[in-house]
Design a protein around this ligand. Structure first.
Ligand SMILES: *Cc1c(COP(=O)(O)O)cnc(C)c1O
Length: 393
């Protein structure tokens, strides 16, 4: 029996180890020069002006909703097909989250469904929008920005799945996920299943200087020592807590790992695309396996999918899942619609229905995709799936 093949996994190299040990032997364990270096290199990578590194992706989302002033009056729209944190960050601030349905051809939030929600309430009712670059598919934020401007909404792009992804806008310019050209804020996670792994870690990117400064303060208790920001100055030791913030700092040592991981991000993304292409090919012609658009189609549209996940849709999903498990392949389901979680059902969401999201959820399965997945392993995954399908025919 081969070792278990998960759906996603980190790739840690000798370079990463050395970078980590180096940082460990430096003077800094928590806030140090690696934090700033990681922020600056990450901003360069996605093409944003500013970046703020934080303790994880969920903290990044929470800081974004705080910085944008979400409170008990706020109504915010997101997708039900995402990790719970994309929606929870609104609740952390006392706001209400609303779920729009998904576009079944890409899996991301459907703009038509968003417009329908917006039109269903009086003007000024909604405050913000949290689209998710689901599975690595870059949301067309140019289109969402138009709607957002029309309705006076801010946008937080949850780009956890999509570092390196881009779409092409109406001026034929490539817009990288998290570049801050259309969204007010974007967030990333460095959880081990994501493209860049630091164990725990997250990043917020933006082009807005005001928000950037606010985030820096909120990341560390709302405290500042910056002389130009102080109300008064009673000496070199003096600092002020000006807002109610949190401790969402990321340690210097993890940023050293992040910097090292970032160097391999493009290579990792190419490998992910290669794996996806092979799955596309292998399942071509099997009617019982539904897929999202293949890479050729995406290329034609100027879209670079970041392939955090490779998802198929199949009627006998549970059976296939169990069949894969018996063969030591640990597929996964992304995601159970957020509003159907007990917490949401028990807190006012029992009547929410998103037809496309539910139909998608009943059939979806995420197959193994990560840079260190070997050809032999991928062949075994494909073979195991095709054996299952052929037995059914
Ligand atoms: C991973 C993830 C998060 C949360 O990131 P953590 O670092 O685990 O807190 C948020 N949104 C999406 C879409 C994610 O995939």
């Amino acid at each position: 029996m081969i070792r278990p093949i998960p759906y996603g996994k980190q790739s840690i190299s000798k370079d990463d180890e050395l970078a980590l040990v180096d940082a460990l032997n430096s003077e800094f364990l928590t806030q140090g020069p690696k934090v700033y270096e990681f922020e600056s290199k990450f901003a360069d990578y996605v093409g944003s002006k500013y970046a703020v590194a934080v303790s994880n992706g969920t903290a990044a989302l929470h800081l974004c909703t705080l910085a944008l002033g979400v409170n008990y009056n706020s109504n915010v729209i997101t997708t039900p097909i995402t990790f719970a944190a994309s929606a929870n960050c609104v609740l952390y601030c006392g706001g209400k989250v609303h779920f729009a349905d998904i576009d079944s051809s890409s899996g991301v939030i459907d703009i038509g469904s968003v417009i329908k929600l917006l039109e269903s309430k009086p003007e000024g009712y909604f405050h913000g929008l949290i689209p998710v670059d689901f599975a690595g598919y870059p949301v067309n934020l140019e289109e969402f920005r138009k709607i957002a401007d029309q309705y006076g909404l801010w946008i937080i792009e949850d780009a956890c799945h999509a570092p390196g992804g881009f779409f092409t806008d109406s001026a034929s310019k490539q817009q990288r996920c998290g570049n801050g050209n259309y969204a007010d804020l974007a967030i990333f996670s460095f959880h081990p299943v994501k493209h860049i792994a630091t164990g725990e870690g997250g990043m917020i990117t933006t082009n807005d200087e005001q928000l950037y400064k606010k985030l820096l303060k909120l990341r560390t208790h709302g405290i500042t020592k910056e002389p130009s920001l102080l109300e008064k100055n009673e000496g070199g030791w003096y600092y002020e807590m000006q807002e109610l913030g949190f401790n969402y700092r990321i340690p210097d040592i993890l940023c050293a790992l992040g910097i090292s991981q970032l160097k391999k991000a493009e290579r990792g993304l190419s490998r992910r695309k290669e794996i996806a292409r092979k799955y596309d090919e292998a399942f071509k012609g099997y009617k019982s396996i539904r897929k999202f658009e293949n890479q050729q189609n995406l290329d034609r549209k100027g879209i670079q999918h970041a392939y955090h996940l490779y998802i198929i849709r199949i009627k006998d999903r549970l059976e296939l899942y169990n069949h894969l498990r018996l063969n030591n392949i640990i597929a996964q389901v992304h995601y159970i619609p957020v509003y159907s979680m007990p917490y949401y059902r028990n807190n006012g969401y029992h009547d929410v229905r998103c037809i496309e999201a539910e139909s998608y959820y009943s059939e979806c399965l995420s197959l193994p995709i990560y840079p260190s997945l070997s050809d032999t392993e991928q062949n075994f995954v494909i073979e195991t799936i095709l054996n299952f399908i052929n037995k059914k025919l």
